[in-house]
Design a protein. Sequence first.
Length: 349
Amino acid sequence: MNDMKEENPFTLTFGKPPASFITRYEDTNTIINSFSGNNPISQTYLIEGIRGSGKTVFMTSIANELKKTGDWVVADLLPQRDLLDESANRLSDIVRSHKQWIPSGMSLSLGGTKLEWNDRSLAQDNISIMESLLNALVKRKKKVLFTIDEVSSGQNMRDFGNEFQILVRKEYPVFLIMTGLYEDIHSVQNDKSLTFLLRSPKIRLSGLSGFQITNQYESLLHLSPESAKELSELTKGYAFAFQLLGMLFFEKKASETLEDILPKLDEMLDDFAYRKIWESLSETDQRVVRIIPDEGIKTKEACELLSMTSSVFSKYQERLKKKGIMKSSTYGRVELTLPRFSKIVQRYP
């Protein structure tokens, strides 16, 4: 399609902000305004969404916006590692990268596992190291944003969460954003050791703006408004499908049509996202999903096909809605949120 050898503005890399990034203005402003206030409403936010919904990109965009102000530093933590150790190491990296931030008489060992004052090594645990480094950042009037992508429950998260609460009580300017699937966020919030997260605001990512997708396709793919809208509607606002369809359409040959690239779209949706989503569902959840066509179905008809009462069906409907797979539309209908999911799952055993 593209004779000028332009660089493809779309990407398949999960979590990487693409050139064709679509801003979630309302949700972005909600978090930034909350964190930036003199008396923050909350110092934690949870971002929940299905695989491929853009959770990591959204969190990264917020972190980047905060860093632009010059008042913030960001410590990205890996949930698979010891989070307290990770926190001490990342704060050490941040302070060490700005030599003028290191207080007089303090030196940092590689990895942030040791502090030295006036050439005298002090044995300190990670919590003491974190507080010493936070004090150095506070003197520079810096706020600290910790980010954890794809969080999961466990002792590692409990230890970090309990220490984070202590830092908040001590009035350190620390903030936390975590992303995760519905079931993982639910598990973390309901951990008895992490009850403060029950009061933390949660943003459940919905589909991207169809208006913005249409504009992006029209501009980046040089399409007519009508053709761009057709592609936009095909994605159903699913962030990964927006990137994937854009990439395939950008690279298609002049002789190829949309119908020609749909099989490749299905293959890649299956390989990168849908099979993992499908395997995370219970057998009954899978039964429910299978009978719903791409255009949706009346709830009454779905109950008849499944031989379920409306009350039983509503339980699975609510669970699939929380997982980000189903939504209720007008006139008593339900619809899958994922484009072409209904067609693809028919091929699964």
